[in-house]
Structure formats: C-alpha cells, structure tokens
Design a binder for this molecule. Structure first.
Ligand code: MSP
Length: 517
C-alpha cells in the first residue's frame, strides 16, 4: 500500500443522530478541523472526513418517539449537524452518512469478503436481552452481575439465543499485540495503550455482527432477515467514504491515494472500538491500519457528565451567539491539554477571553496598528532587517508550535503562540515608541521604525499560527496588517518574509472586552 502518500487524512467519529449536536461533538470536530487546517497551511493535500451514524435500535426509537420514520428523522438531525459545522467554520472535505447507498454496499461487500476468507462465520448468539427495551446487554453492563435486571428499565432480562454471524476477533489477539508493540505511535496519547493491551490480554471474544431483532440497519448479505450490527457498519465509514468499494472492484478510486488515515480522532469512550475491532477488521481485509488513533478526554459540566436526559449539555450556539465561533474554538482547545478530561465553566471562558484574546492579542494588534497609523502614515516601514529578540523568539515558537501540532499536543501550540504575544507586548512597553517620537532625530526615527516593524512581522507570524484555531479572526488580523492571502508552504511561516513599504488595512477592534460585547 501507498505509505509514501503526500496526503493527510483525518477523521472524526460519525455522530449518532438521536439528538442535537452539543459541545462534546463540536470539540472533536473543531480539533480535527484545527489539525486539518494546520496541515493545509503546510501545503499538504488534506482529506478531512466527518459524518453521521444513522442505523440501529436507539435511532429507530428516537425517530418513533418523534413520530417520524428513521430516515426522515435522520435527515433533520443531519441538517443540524451540517448547519453547526458551517457556523463553526469546519472545513470538512466529505460528510458521510451511513444511510448513503455506497456506504451500505461497501459494508455488505466487506461482510462477503470476510465470510469467504473465513473471518466471519455463522454461530449462535447467546446473551441477555430486555424484551420491553429491545436491547441486548453484556454482563459488564449490568448494575449488579448477580441480578439479571435491565440497567435501563429495571425489568427482568431474558437469556436469548439466536442465529448470528460472528467476526473472528479472537484470531487477531496476538496480531494486535505485536502490532501495538511495533508501532508505538498507533495508540495515542501513550497513556491509553495500557488499558487496550490489558483488554486483549484478558482475552478477546468473537463479535456477533448481525442482529435479528433490529430492523433499522444494513441488510446482512448472507441472510436478508438480519441487519448488521451498528458498530461494524459505522467503523467501515472510514474507508467507504474514500471509495474502498471501487478499489476492490478495480475501478477509479481515491482510496489508493488517501488510505491509510493519518489520524482517527475519537473520544475516549469509543477508543476500544477503534483500536481493537477496527484494526482486526482491517487485518482481515489485508489493508494497512490507520497511522494513529487518538483518544481525547471528555468534557463535563460542573463536574457532571453532559447528557440529554440531564439537560446539562451545553448548546454551542449559546457561546457562539455571545462570543463568536472563534472564541469557542479557541477556548475548547486552550482550556485543557488535548487528551485529558475537562470541566466546562463559563467563568473560565470569560477569563481566558478577556485575559488572552482581548487584553493580550487584541491589545497587541490595536496598539501597534494605531502607532503605524499615527507615526508612519499607515505605511509599513522599509527597514534593514537585523537580529532582534522578537525574531529569535518567533523562530523558537514556530519550531515548538510545529512540533506540538505534529504530536497533537494542541494546547501546547497555543501556549507557545501566547508566549510570543506576551513577549511582543512587553517589547512594546520596554521600547516605548511613544517616547521615541517626543525627541525628533534621525536616530529616533529609525529606531521607531525598527521597533514597529519588528512588532508587525511578529504579529503576522502570530496571525498565521493562530489561523487553524481562529480562521475568521485571523483573517481579520491579516487584513488589518494589509496582507490579503495566506501562503501555503512547508515552512509554515517565516518571520523575515514580512513584506515592507506598503499600506496596512483598516484598523478595527478584533476582540472587544467581554463587558463591551
Ligand atoms: N456513532 C458513534 C461513533 C462511531 S465512529 C465509527 C458515537 N457517536 S456519538 O454521537 O455518541 O459521538 C461520540 C463522540 O462525540 C465521542 O467519541 C466524542 O468524540 C464526542 N463527544 C460526545 N460527548 C462528549 C463530551 N462530553 N466530551 C468530549 N467529547 C464527547 O459514539
């Protein structure tokens, strides 16, 4: 397979459509978007996939409760996802739905391939089943393993036995362990590896992948009375979206250029599906594994899990309407290191907004640009470049920013950029251009121009580094700097490429303090 591919393929989970999107779904999607935009800035060919997971019993029930057919219900929620992604500037290249015909055909084809290979076989599924809830439960899902009581409705569970097809997950136990050992970057962040390895070591059971009792699903090509288990269906999206079916059928396809994915970004609760079942399916198909599966942490609200039933799930529009989309994007990635859990608090959001965006970044832009207007007639000075502390700091920050982004240490990249902002503000204080204009001399004029140019060149670097995080605000920043286009190149950005001797744009406040919004 094509391991030297020049493209960068990143995915989010495909979201269930039984409820409206909330801040948790936005989090993964924003993070993926930031990484996609960063790689695009480097001139890489990016393919960014997101979408919706539309089959299964839960969705069928949610649709019923709303008096709709599952497909009509799905269509409505899908629009809400798409609208939110548009609102949040999510630059996805493809939105896959598991109800897409091509996806369904791909899932069926994969079942056939794995059946022919002997990795799927017919057996009997025995398990605990709640008839009123129409749901299967694992022993581990019970509140008390000694009592066969439904954890949802509290009624007695039945032991059912039905024909089912199984995927030979157990066959790949040692293959997986060996793979993890030889590919240390596959399981990310590293601290998630241990749990997965322990799960495998305690023994993987073959997986029942068809259901008799669920009607809203992809038909099992081996037995039309059955539907495919929703997780098997869902995982396949990562390759069905990029023409795996055409690849199998030797037709024109993009699979060959794009696969393997560089990163599957997922929440920690679905990490094992992506690091155990999905790789085993790919081994079965004989195709490469994604390069990395990154499991990020969970957001709670005031210490509690966010959920529809508790009514405490944060509506992204609430933040967007007050602060704007970029502030939500910034805050979610700035507040906690990417990978660990975080607790959402409005007080902290206001604090970060006023402290970092308004006081530091906003202030740097407004004071410098106003001085360029006042002292230089809005013309960027034409100076001879000399070494200076901002140039040095910018070089250090660009390097560390890039390293952090490659490591998916997203918060660190932001913190580094903020260091550069703070240093620029301090530089202005120390150099005090307003004092230089008080005594007229050629020396003072040259010094003033140098100081202001150094600030402008650094602001350009800052705007570009922040661009993946805040595309709209940084576009405004660059416009005010008089720079109309972002350059896409493998150096990301070079301080010394700041243009000279041209007119800056219209000056405007970028992040007004919160009390002024
Ligand atoms: N449909 C499955 C995924 C299939 S992928 C092949 C699913 N969908 S979901 O709608 O429940 O979305 C789960 C994902 O949403 C999590 O993995 C995470 O990416 C994101 N989040 C949902 N709530 C979240 C938080 N409270 N905090 C952080 N992210 C969370 O599971």
């Amino acid at each position: 397979m094509n391991n030297l591919k020049n493209s960068f393929y990143i995915t989010t989970p495909i979201y269930y459509i039984n409820a409206d999107p909330h801040i948790g779904h936005s989090y993964t999607t924003i993070a993926a978007d930031v990484l996609a935009r960063y790689h695009r800035l480097l001139g890489r060919k990016v393919f960014f996939l997101t979408g919706t997971d539309e089959h299964g019993q839960k969705i069928e029930e949610a649709a019923k409760a709303n008096g709709k057919s599952p497909k009509d219900f799905a269509d409505e929620i899908v629009e809400k996802y798409k609208k939110l992604w548009l609102e949040l500037d999510i630059s996805y290249d493809k939105f896959i739905r598991t109800t897409d015909e091509k996806h369904k055909k791909t899932v069926q084809k994969i079942i056939e391939i794995l059946f022919e290979k002997g990795d799927i076989y017919k057996g009997k599924y025995e398990g605990l089943y709640c008839i009123p809830c129409e749901t299967y439960f694992l022993e581990t899902e019970l509140l008390d393993r000694n009592q066969k009581i439904c954890p949802d409705c509290g009624r007695e569970l039945s032991i059912v036995s039905e024909d089912s097809y199984f995927f030979k997950l157990s066959k790949y136990q040692d293959v997986l362990l060996k793979y993890f050992d030889e590919h240390k970057d596959f399981l990310a962040p590293h601290f998630r590896a241990k749990e997965m390895i322990n799960i495998i070591k305690s023994g993987l059971k073959d997986l029942s992948i068809t259901r008799n009792s669920v009607s809203w699903g992809i038909k099992n090509p081996l037995d039309e009375k059955e539907t495919i288990y929703v997780w098997f269906d869902a995982l396949v999206n990562y390759i069905s979206a990029i023409d795996f079916l055409d690849f199998v059928e030797d037709k024109k396809n993009i699979f060959i250029e794009i696969w393997p994915a560089d990163i599957h970004l997922v929440g920690k609760e679905i990490y094992k599906f992506h690091t155990l079942i999905w790789p085993a399916i790919l081994f079965g198909l004989g195709i490469d594994l994604p390069k990395k599966v990154f499991g990020h942490g969970w957001w709670t609200f005031e210490g509690e899990k966010m959920s529809k039933s508790k009514g405490n799930a944060i509506d992204p529009y609430k933040i967007i309407n007050i602060f704007g989309k970029d502030v939500l994007r910034y805050f979610l990635l700035r507040e906690v290191p990417f990978g660990v859990d975080g607790d959402f608090s409005m007080a902290s959001l206001i604090d970060k907004y006023n402290g970092e965006l308004a006081n530091e970044i906003g202030n740097l832009f407004s004071r410098t640009l106003n001085m360029i207007e006042k002292y230089c007639n809005k013309i960027v000075p034409d100076i001879t470049l000399e070494n200076n502390i901002l140039f040095e700091k910018a070089n250090e920050v660009i390097k560390e920013y890039s390293y952090s982004m490659e490591q998916i240490d997203i918060m660190k990249a932001l913190i580094k950029t903020l260091e550069l902002v703070k240093m620029s503000n301090k530089y202005i204080e120390d150099e005090a251009p307003w004092k230089l204009v008080k005594v007229e001399s050629i020396e003072n004029k040259l010094k003033l121009e140098k100081v202001l140019f150094n600030c402008l060149a650094t602001m350009r670097v800052i705007a570009i580094l922040l661009n993946p995080f805040m595309p709209t605000s940084t576009e405004k920043m660059l416009k005010q700097l008089g720079i109309s286009e972002l350059n896409f190149n493998e150096n990301l950005v070079r301080w010394e490429d700041m243009p000279k001797n041209y007119r800056i744009g219209e000056i405007d406040i970028i992040f007004p303090r919160y009390e002024n919004i």
